[in-house]
Ligand binder design. Structure first.
Ligand SMILES: NC(=O)c1ccc[n+]([C@@H]2O[C@H](COP(=O)([O-])OP(=O)(O)OC[C@H]3O[C@@H](n4cnc5c(N)ncnc54)[C@H](O)[C@@H]3O)[C@@H](O)[C@H]2O)c1
Ligand SMILES: O=C(O)C(=O)C[C@@H](O)[C@H](O)[C@H](O)COP(=O)(O)O
Ligand SMILES: [Zn+2]
Length: 368
């Protein structure tokens, strides 16, 4: 991507009395004007991983003023490392560096680094500042915004965590140049999600622009990131801690999180699992009489055009799904709550799916 500063955009996440900015554009990493105003004090810990560090760590450090005390922690890569043990490594590094409550953690990486660094910040000395510098499409359009932080448990995705908002989200679109194609597709799953749950016009636009997005065309990418962040910021502003409408952001996740946990974290990418999960949610919505067959077909075509799988894992049976779905965080008492589609562009929270109908869907949905 080669963009000019004119393509930079800024949005705000408004949370009652508080708010924080999302800056989007090329060349933000390494530009001191963007990060420095969001630091709480002089102590800075950059948390990243062994894949991202060689590309972007030096540039980020160069952009920080010399009077700061900057430490870095380079963690191993992978969804399987999204654990309490990794977060403990962040706390160890902070204590070894003698960092106090006025320190700032900077998460440089994808959603795994962002979720863990945010959780470390939420708990360190009962809460310190953190800034998100997301470097995957998925993290830029979703995980860096909204303050869901945490780690996985062997029995379920994101089971241990906290709501803890960043001070700022700095999205350097240049970082997408080094992102593997499979990861780009995974990020597109969350972009498509916004169109499906909330914005039919955006879905129409995406349908036309997916080839441009997959070619990393700057104007299309900036638009997709900006609209996704706008939609997420709007939902988070209305319901920061998921008492209601925020649950719509979980379209496809009840099925998708079950797939991720069953297959072993990292074997299916998060975006791949929720892509398949959204196809399952669309088909169930049809069986409940809401979506037409043509709308389900259109959803599948869009997901396929993004390079996403449309089938569930071959070795995952109905009982495997049900056992994992029972642990979903959205459930109330023993009632399963699913996010389904009334139409393309409008999602609902639904807790009345007849058990037999769900089992039929899980049994008949294609496998790969
Ligand atoms: N907190 C939230 O609201 C939220 C939202 C969506 C997803 N998530 C979580 O985010 C995680 C998925 O995030 P992800 O898809 O970013 O995965 P990830 O963090 O594992 O990153 C994907 C891969 O890309 C590599 N990478 C990152 N940036 C790169 C770059 N610029 N160039 C080359 N390689 C790069 C990473 O090292 C990794 O190998 C999951 O754990 C998911 O549960 C959280
Ligand atoms: O921000 C939210 O709210 C979301 O649900 C966004 C999801 O894309 C994301 O995967 C999130 O981490 C899922 O949250 P969980 O509460 O279902 O673990
Ligand atoms: Zn997600």
């Amino acid at each position: 991507m080669s963009d000019s500063p004119a393509t930079r955009r800024s949005l705000e996440v408004a949370l009652g009395e508080r708010s924080y900015p999302i800056h989007i554009g090329p060349g933000l990493i390494g530009d001191p004007a963007w990060l420095t105003p969001h630091l709480a004090g002089r102590q800075v810990m950059i948390v990243t991983n062994e894949t991202v560090a060689p590309h972007y760590l030096a540039r980020l450090r160069e952009g920080l003023p010399g009077e700061l005390t900057v430490h870095e922690l380079i963690l191993p890569d992978g969804e399987a490392t999204k654990t309490l043990a990794s977060v403990t490594r962040i706390w160890d590094a902070l204590l070894e560096a003698g960092f106090n409550r006025r320190c700032t953690l900077v998460a440089l990486g994808g959603g795994v680094i962002g979720d863990m660094t945010g959780f470390a910040a939420a708990c360190y000395q009962r809460g310190v500042a953190f800034v998100q510098v997301p470097t995957t499409l998925l993290a830029q359009v979703d995980s860096s915004v909204g303050g869901k932080t945490g780690v996985n448990h062997p029995l379920g995705k994101n089971m241990i965590g906290a709501f803890w908002q960043p001070r700022a989200v700095l999205i350097d679109t240049d970082t997408l140049r080094t992102l593997p194609e499979r990861e780009l597709s995974a990020g597109l799953a969350e972009v498509i999600k916004y169109g499906l749950i909330r914005d039919a016009a955006f879905l129409d636009w995406l349908e036309a622009e997916l080839p441009a997005l997959r070619r990393l065309e700057p104007a299309a990418l900036t638009r997709a990131i900006e609209r996704s962040c706008e939609l997420k910021a709007e939902i988070v502003a209305a319901d920061e801690t998921e008492q209601g409408v925020r649950a719509l952001l979980n379209l496809g996740h009840t099925f998708g999180h079950a797939i991720e946990a069953h297959q072993g974290y990292g074997n299916w990418l998060h975006g791949e699992a929720i892509g398949a999960g959204m196809a399952m949610a669309a088909e169930l919505s049809r069986r409940l009489g809401w979506l037409s067959a043509a709308e389900v077909e259109r959803t599948a075509t869009i997901l396929a055009a993004a390079g996403l799988p449309l089938a569930a894992p071959a070795d995952m049976g109905v009982d495997d799904f049900l056992a994992l779905m029972r642990l979903d965080k959205k459930n109330v008492d023993d009632r399963l709550r699913l996010i389904l589609l009334e139409t393309l562009g409008r999602a609902v929270i639904h807790d009345k799916t007849p058990r037999a109908q769900l089992e039929e869907l899980l049994a008949s949905f294609p496998r790969r």
